[in-house]
Design a protein around this ligand. Structure first.
Ligand code: NAP
Length: 308
């Protein structure tokens, strides 16, 4: 494709939402480009077991990501591994994407950049990352066979991580700031039967260790009690931060940086859509991101027809 040609849809981010949008874009015979800065799959590649995607009783994140990408390519979406530096809406409504030296023109953009792991914000957290502090139990859990580990968080990710680690480590602690978990009931039931020790009402106050993690200090917010727990690793799973800096000042976002859309995934800028974990929504799952992908392409197609 020459530089002067204009795509119908450029999707930024190849997570489940972006890859679904690519399937729908291709099947609608729209000239579709899927851009990914790192690796396709997004956060799902950190998930060991996926068992809530209809008809797929059990799979893992990497396999599902690969299957989705193949599906997208099958219907003609073009996939390129490159990051987008900026987006400009030109006078005629065409969007110009700058990717290094390259300019990409498109009628519509679907923002599907997802979210990244939130940090606790402790003094030694960054320094000890990769030396016991981790954000992906599935990636790094294998290093802690027979060791003692802690997970921080109370959502689906933290509970899944704790369950995964309980099959590898000799002892797992789950540190959660409240007295009830946010995770789904089925995961909670498994957790309560797993032998994982839950440290309720507590946050991690300190990470200790010279060149690698040797202990954490938790503080119980009900009575201020501080507890030192010897651990070889701390996995942080306290939610995500939307990867929305690229469109700061361009599309409306809430105070946490999540992009505000309507039901059709339309942002405040005509012809720019947002899908999946990056947008304001009540349920962030693979299936809801995928549904967004389908909805956004349908809305993009309508936009293209109306603005030809
Ligand atoms: P999440 O649902 O936002 O949960 C984050 C957890 O971390 C919450 O328990 C929260 O506590 C805690 N937390 C937040 N900030 C904290 C802080 N500064 N210090 C200590 N604790 C803090 O995030 P997630 O578990 O990563 O899940 C993200 C989305 O993906 C969710 O919609 C989830 O359902 C989905 N997901 C689904 C699956 C699945 O279906 N199998 C698997 C993984 C993720 P509070 O509860 O007190 O707010």
């Amino acid at each position: 494709m020459s530089e002067k040609e204009i795509y119908d849809i450029v999707i930024i981010g190849a997570g489940p939402g972006g890859m679904t949008a690519a399937v729908y874009g291709g099947r609608a015979e729209l000239n579709t480009l899927l851009l990914e800065k790192n690796f396709h799959g997004g956060q799902i590649v950190y998930t060991n077991e996926i068992e809530n995607y209809p008809a797929i009783h059990e799979t893992n994140g990497i396999k599902l990501a690969n299957d989705m990408l193949e599906h997208a390519k099958k219907y003609g979406a073009k996939v390129e591994y490159k990051g987008v530096d900026s987006i400009e809406v030109m006078e005629d409504g065409i969007k110009k994407l700058i990717c290094g030296e390259e300019e990409i023109l498109t009628r519509t953009v679907i923002l599907a950049m997802g979210a990244t792991s939130r940090k606790i914000g402790l003094d030694r957290e960054e320094e000890l990352t990769g030396r016991g502090v981790g954000y992906c139990a599935v990636c790094d859990g294998g290093f802690y066979k027979g060791k003692v580990v802690a997970v921080n968080g109370g959502g689906d990710t933290a509970v899944e991580d704790a369950l995964y680690l309980s099959r590898i480590a000799s002892k797992v602690y789950l540190i959660h700031r409240r007295d009830e978990l946010r995770a789904s009931k089925i995961l909670q039931t498994r957790l309560f039967e797993s032998g994982v020790e839950i440290v309720w009402n507590s946050t991690v106050k300190e990470i200790q260790g010279d060149d690698k993690v040797s202990a954490i200090v938790t503080v119980d917010k009900t009575d201020g009690f501080e507890r030192k727990i010897d651990v070889d690793a701390l996995f942080v799973a306290i939610g995500g931060i939307p990867t929305s800096d690229l469109v700061k000042g361009l599309v409306d976002q809430n105070e946490k940086g999540y992009i505000i859309t309507n039901e059709d995934c339309e942002t405040s800028v005509p012809g720019i859509f947002a899908i999946g974990d990056i947008r304001v929504k009540s349920l962030r799952q693979i299936i809801t991101a995928a549904a967004d992908g389908a909805i956004a392409v349908h809305a993009a197609e309508k936009y293209i027809l109306e603005n030809k």
